[in-house]
Design a protein around this ligand. Sequence first.
Ligand code: ATP
Ligand code: MG
Length: 387
Amino acid sequence: MLHIELRRFFFVLILAKRLVARFQAAKDNLEKIAGIPMTKKDFLAKKMVKRIGKEIGAGAYGNVYQAFMNDGQEVALKVILLRKQIDYESATFEINIMTRLKALASENMTNLVDAGVVKGQFLSFFVIFKMSYILGPFPQNSKIREENETLKAVFMIEMGGKQLEEYLINSPDEFLSIFTQICIFMANGEKILELEHRDAHVSNILVEKTAKEETEYVLNSKKYFVKNNNLLVKFIDFGQSRIRDEHGILFGDLRNNSDLFGQALRGDPEDHDLHQTVYDQMEIANGKDWSKFTPATNVFWLKYLVQKLTGFDENGDPSIFPPTEAVQAEMKKGKENPLQENLRKEFAAEIYEKMKNCKSAIETLVKFVECELFKDVLKQSELAVLS
Ligand SMILES: Nc1ncnc2c1ncn2[C@@H]1O[C@H](COP(=O)(O)OP(=O)(O)OP(=O)(O)O)[C@@H](O)[C@H]1O
Ligand SMILES: [Mg+2]
């Protein structure tokens, strides 16, 4: 009996030691790429951040703030609270993947400028006070304590525009330009880095105004020209993405992320949104092997975007899911969607038809080039061969 108890004791001890060692390894890995923790004051001085502005995003992980650097560049500061081992691992992953994504040299994503780890208070007392005021007296103390005690990973990311969720698409030309830019970013990513974004919903794609008329891309020995129609698409949030480069494969392992899957089966459309169905589609397509390159996932997200932005599904039926918040806000004001219903229906039918047998964004792009609908927004020419 004693013998069994002793064995159990040692088993638990070894397990505990292993868990502690793993947590320490996760912390060490983050320190290796983001440096040792420093105070907010030192962080701002070292990274040449002049001023932190308003909050532009919030979630369970932390917050995103607007900030200005000494040279005037505007950046997004993504602040991630490092509570558990997984937080350290996610932060390390995001820094690694964003660093390696610079190989794309793409204007259609926001690049990582710098990153660090901050100890002690980060938020201004005004912000904590505001949060406490909303949350009530009890969380007030815990919020301040958590703010002081929890280390934070801080990413400085090039500032993008407004979420596609909040951007009201004003014309058919705008729709076609946004959609083409998304497709060509994915196609380019597939070609150069075997990129799958794996979370391309309307909050992870930003649009900003640009004076640029046209953007040029080179892909598979061909030049592509995309009309901007005053808009530039910027992808963010590569926390679930997958790439392969000379250092090997890097991917967000979604196997143990039980929150992500099965939501579409669990509830009615009131309880989940369209993007949640895409996680299940991706899981089926790659057989739960998230290291594998399955560019069809990019096509799933393109189809999701057609449904979200046109309000029609692949069968030509009205979508059972809500449109973007920008469109919903317009409807609440008693106004119409600037894109007329019959036009949205036509666009959806034609685009789904072109994408029918596509297994990658590259194949999709090739179909779009041949398509009458895209003729004004997307042009292609052969690369001149230099002799
Ligand atoms: N570079 C950026 N420029 C402008 N806004 C940004 C930028 N990065 C993030 N944001 C804003 O902050 C929000 C949250 O950021 P992000 O999508 O990176 O994190 P998240 O989805 O909340 O967290 P997670 O990393 O856990 O998926 C975005 O939807 C966007 O509104
Ligand atoms: Mg996001």
